[in-house]
Every structure is written in structure tokens, then in C-alpha cells.
Design a protein around this ligand. Structure first.
Ligand SMILES: Cc1ncc(COP(=O)(O)O)c(C=O)c1O
Length: 388
């Protein structure tokens, strides 16, 4: 019997979709709930109320039936008009998506192009905004998932705010739940998130929260499916304009209850601890971090040593252990692997994934002290665990 035959399920260590806990699966098994019923409206309203603190806003977020990109599109179509000048940070595949979306909708786009792995500096963005003139909105990520860089929104945005009064729109699809978001305090106008990331749900829901200022400045652009004003009115009562992904909503309710039980601070601490352990693992087996200055707490991007092909490692992890890591994209293909600890990932899940990686690396020409990575991760986890 080989190792794989012992596994009955895929194990997800990629930055979305993330593992779905049994409590959420059970909640989603009720497929008989009618989405135009008082029972469902109540669940929807409770979801909105429980979601708001994750965005750090007094406003209720809007739930959309779409993947995360639908939430990005909703931000662009509701907050910009054709010809508007916007600035976009492009430090990887998802910055590129903001750029394409804004161009697709006829905005005039200035791009701050970053070398992959880098984070934007407030001064560079303010220079670009000043050069562009009359910038309506700035679009950026919190986490650039293709590189694993976290853009330190908590310091970056307040710094930009000192000299920029336009809209600031942040794609938090892979950062929400792992990194704290306080959109009201940091004066962010729109935050977008997605179900298959920190929420431990399958794909299919996007969330978007707007500031008072953004709600008061919706553009006149024609729109239909993603009409946020229409959704806001209905969702205040738990009604969505279109048929919602009702089973996912039931799962969301369960996920948010689980998060609330532990408390949001514990949730952020957990992700911080998991990320630290993954970084300690990489260091102990001589894998360089791809974004050492500002690594994300959602995923850890590790550089492959010379002579080790990251794409082969990812394939082998899947074939031998049913362990789904993410490889590098575009210029990073074969050069890095991305290990996610986002969502409902326990310390033992983490150790599982890391040990699978050690097995595969050892068989692919990387010479290191076998077991040292897992040990370093365990030591780091223990160091950061409150003991009775
Ligand atoms: C930062 C970021 N933005 C946007 C997306 C796109 O989300 P979706 O694939 O749900 O449309 C992703 C997905 O990985 C992401 O990580």
C-alpha cells in the first residue's frame, strides 16, 4: 500500500479553496430552505451582522452570489464611471486583475508596477496620484496572493490618507480573517472578500462593505446584477435581489458563529501563529521566503532551492499525499511554492502539510536535516501556545 491509498480526501493547502470543517458541511446539508422565507431572512440578517466586525465597519456588508472577482467587479461598477481616473497597485496577478477590470470598464488607469514580492510605498503612490491629478480612486490588495506579500494596510492606508481624499478600495479576498481589517478607523471606502478563503466555505459568495462616503458617492454607471444600492435595501431585511447561494449562506452562518465563539482577536492570533511556524519551518530547512519583509499570515511563499522544480514538487505532493499546495504563477512558475494556512486550518493540519513537503523535497534533490522543518514549526507553535 502506498501513502496515497491511505487518504480518502484531498487535503487543501492552497490559498483557496480552504478546508471546510464538518460543522459547516453539516449546516450546508439543508437544501430545503426557501430563500424567500422568514427563516432564511433571519439567517441572512444574522450573517450580515456577524460579518460587519470582520470588516471593522458599522455598516453592513453586502453578500453577493459570485466568486470573489464578482465582488471586485461590483466595486468598480458601483464606484467608478467611464473616464474616471484611477490608480492601481500591480504587484502580481491580482493587482493585474484590478488593472484589467478598471480598463475593461473604461477608467483611465495609472499603474504603480511593483517587482513581484514587493509591497507598495505610500510615497510612491502619493507621487503617482499627484502626477495623475483628480484621482477618483485607488485600488490595491491587502494580500497579493500570487506572491504572498501582505501590504500592511494598517500603516500604508493611514499614511496615504494624509494626502489623498479620494476613494480607497481594498481587495481583502485572501486576507480577511487572517489579518485584522478596520475599514472605518483607517478610512477605507470599500473592502471585498470571498467565501472560499478565510471563511472555510466552498466558493460562491463574495462580500463587499462600503464606507458612508462610498454609499453617498455611487456612480451613475448603468448596472444590473451587481447593483449595490438595490442589494443594500433588500439585504437590510435579509432579502437578496436575486436567488442567493442559500446553502452557502447556511454555511456562512455556521462559520461566523464558530469565529465568534473564539473571538476575532483569537482568530488573528491563530493565523499569526500558523504563519510564524511556517516561516520557522522554511528557515530550518534552508528555504528562502519569497517576501521576507512583509509576509502574509494567510500563506507562506517559499523559494525552491537551485535544481528543485517547484512545479514537480507541487505535482508530487498531490500524487503522493493528495496534498494540494499552490505553485508559482507566470514568472514564479517552478520557482516557488505557496503554502496556505488560511481559514480553518489546525496546528495538526499545518504539521501534516509541512511533513508532506519535507518528504517530497528530500526525494527531489534538496539536501537538509530531514525532520528539522517540522521540528522548528512545532517549537514555534508551542512557544506561541498558551498553556494551562
Ligand atoms: C487577492 C485575490 N483577489 C482576487 C481573487 C479572485 O477571487 P475568485 O477566484 O474568487 O474570483 C483571489 C483569488 O485567489 C485573490 O486571492
Amino acid at each position: 500500500m502506498n501513502d496515497k491509498e491511505l487518504f480518502t480526501q484531498n487535503r487543501l493547502f492552497c490559498p483557496g479553496p480552504t478546508p471546510v470543517p464538518d460543522q459547516i458541511l453539516t449546516a450546508m446539508s439543508d437544501t430545503s430552505m426557501y430563500h424567500r422565507s422568514d427563516e432564511f431572512y433571519k439567517i441572512s440578517r444574522e450573517c450580515s451582522a456577524m460579518l460587519a466586525p470582520l470588516f471593522g465597519s458599522k455598516n453592513l456588508p453586502i453578500m453577493l452570489t459570485s466568486s470573489g472577482s464578482g465582488g471586485l467587479e461590483a466595486a468598480v461598477v458601483n464606484l467608478t464611471a467611464p473616464g474616471d481616473k484611477v490608480v492601481v497597485v500591480n504587484g502580481g496577478k491580482f493587482g493585474e486583475r484590478w488593472e484589467k477590470l478598471n480598463r475593461g470598464y473604461g477608467c483611465e488607469v495609472s499603474v504603480l508596477n511593483l517587482s513581484w514580492g514587493q509591497s507598495p510605498k505610500a510615497s510612491d503612490l502619493l507621487d503617482l496620484i499627484q502626477k495623475q491629478g483628480q484621482t477618483k480612486a485607488l485600488f490595491l490588495q491587502a494580500n497579493e496572493t500570487s506572491t504572498g506579500a501582505y501590504y500592511r494596510i494598517e500603516t500604508l492606508v493611514p499614511e496615504i490618507r494624509k494626502n489623498f481624499k479620494g476613494l480607497i478600495i481594498v481587495d481583502c479576498i485572501s486576507s480577511l480573517c487572517a489579518h485584522e481589517m478596520r475599514m472605518d478607523d483607517w478610512e477605507i471606502d470599500a473592502v471585498v472578500a470571498g467565501s472560499q478563503k478565510g471563511f472555510g466555505l466552498p466558493p460562491g459568495l463574495a462580500f463587499i462593505s462600503l464606507s458612508d462616503r462610498a454609499w453617498g458617492n455611487l456612480s451613475a454607471r448603468p448596472r444590473f446584477y451587481f447593483d449595490l444600492a438595490r442589494e443594500r435595501k433588500g439585504q437590510a431585511e435579509g432579502r437578496s435581489a436575486w436567488t442567493p447561494a442559500s446553502t452557502l449562506t447556511l454555511g456562512l452562518h455556521a462559520a461566523l458563529k464558530m469565529m465568534n465563539e473564539s473571538g476575532l482577536n483569537e482568530l488573528y492570533k491563530h493565523h499569526d501563529r500558523m504563519a510564524r511556524a511556517s516561516r520557522a519551518f522554511a528557515k530550518a530547512i534552508q528555504l528562502k521566503l519569497y517576501c521576507p519583509e512583509s509576509p502574509s499570515n494567510s500563506l507562506t511563499t517559499m523559494c525552491m532551492p537551485d535544481g528543485v522544480d517547484g512545479s514537480k514538487v507541487v505535482k508530487e505532493l498531490r500524487r503522493r499525499y493528495q496534498a494540494f499546495f499552490a505553485g508559482g504563477q507566470d514568472q514564479l512558475k517552478g520557482k516557488v511554492i505557496r503554502y496556505s494556512h488560511l481559514g480553518f486550518v489546525s496546528v495538526f493540519d499545518l504539521i501534516n502539510g509541512l511533513s508532506a513537503l519535507e518528504f517530497v523535497l528530500a526525494d527531489n534533490g534538496h539536501s537538509f536535516d530531514f525532520g528539522a522543518g517540522v521540528k522548528a514549526a512545532m517549537v514555534e507553535l508551542r512557544r506561541n501556545t498558551a498553556r494551562p
